[in-house]
Design a protein around this ligand. Structure first.
Ligand code: AMP
Ligand code: ZN
Ligand code: FE
Ligand code: FE
Length: 278
């Protein structure tokens, strides 16, 4: 067993609680050698993370987490080694973040029609400069005394299919794969155990994913074994990580406990080298 690599975590640039500096420092303290920061629809944390990674002696891989939809279900796609300066990528991410704001407004309007007087300003304060998402809405609801807990906000109102749920902008898995590839990165299907049926997985494999996130806090040992088997059968790569968000409200306490061996990252680098030289 080599050094530990955690390839899934969030900062204040999306719905995480820590700044890039605080997060990189914490990963070092947890004994991680390689990390990838994978904010939703943002690569804003990457320049700082690279700099602090050097300072703390943690290898930082640029990353991003995109949302795509397939047959009315949302799937998440992780992009690793993307060129975080690519104008095309940055333009897409700006567009997705703008769509997230419009969606947050639609969710707030639905809540208001359900006699829940949440204000969009309160949600945007929680999001700060990060990509706005349901975690910010859930936290704002608690702060405004509209629900007692973060979880109650999801269970009663904004969870998938809930009365105030709204879908995101529709982007297909193959569009996500192509955007990541054209930005020089590798695409991995995130936490398939959360939602992915085997039929969906077949579609995503055909869409051209490079790998599967096998290790994730939501995965049972059976999931891990299953997705490892699928990866091996289709010559896909494996990744994994903590999906750490930090903070009190949605801290999953997973940092340092969910990781893959550093050799998985070497395999990704070899795959990229072949892509780029072919
Ligand atoms: P969004 O990207 O805005 O759809 O928000 C998705 C995030 O909300 C997920 O990454 C989770 O952190 C959180 N989330 C989604 N559904 C639930 C749920 N039922 N309970 C708690 N948190 C949830
Ligand atoms: Zn998140
Ligand atoms: Fe996700
Ligand atoms: Fe995530």
């Amino acid at each position: 067993m080599g050094a530990k690599a955690d390839l899934h975590m969030h900062t204040i640039c999306s719905d995480g609680a820590l700044s890039p500096y605080e997060l990189v420092k914490k990963t070092k303290a947890q004994g991680l050698a390689v990390i990838s920061i994978t904010d939703h629809d943002s690569v804003a944390a990457i320049p700082d993370a690279l700099e602090f990674g050097k300072e703390f002696g943690v290898e930082v891989i640029s990353g991003v987490e995109l949302s795509a939809s397939f047959e009315d279900k949302e799937v998440h796609m992780l992009g690793y080694f993307v060129d975080y300066k690519s104008q095309r990528l940055l333009d897409y991410l700006t567009f997705f973040r703008h769509e997230r704001i419009k969606r947050a407004e639609r969710i707030v309007a639905k809540l208001n029609s359900l006699q829940v007087p949440l204000r969009i300003e309160s949600v945007m304060e929680h999001a700060g400069t990060g990509s706005v998402g349901r975690p910010h809405i859930a936290a704002a609801m608690v702060d405004e005394g509209l629900t007692k807990t973060y979880q109650e906000s999801f269970d009663r109102f904004i969870g998938n299919g809930g009365p105030a749920y709204e879908r995101k902008f529709q982007f297909s898995p193959s569009e996500a794969v192509q955007l990541i590839a054209s930005s020089g990165g590798l695409s991995f299907l995130a936490h398939p155990g959360r939602y992915t049926t085997d039929g969906m997985l077949q579609h995503l494999i055909k869409a051209g994913i490079d790998g599967i996130e096998v290790i994730h806090p939501s995965h049972s040992p059976e999931h891990v074994a299953h997705y490892r088997g699928v990866a091996s059968e289709y010559y896909l790569l494996e990744s994994g990580g903590s999906d750490f968000h930090g903070g009190k409200k949605n801290d999953n306490g997973t940092l340092g406990s969910f990781f893959v061996d550093e050799s998985k990252v070497d395999t990704m680098k070899r795959r990229l080298f072949m892509h780029r030289s072919s």
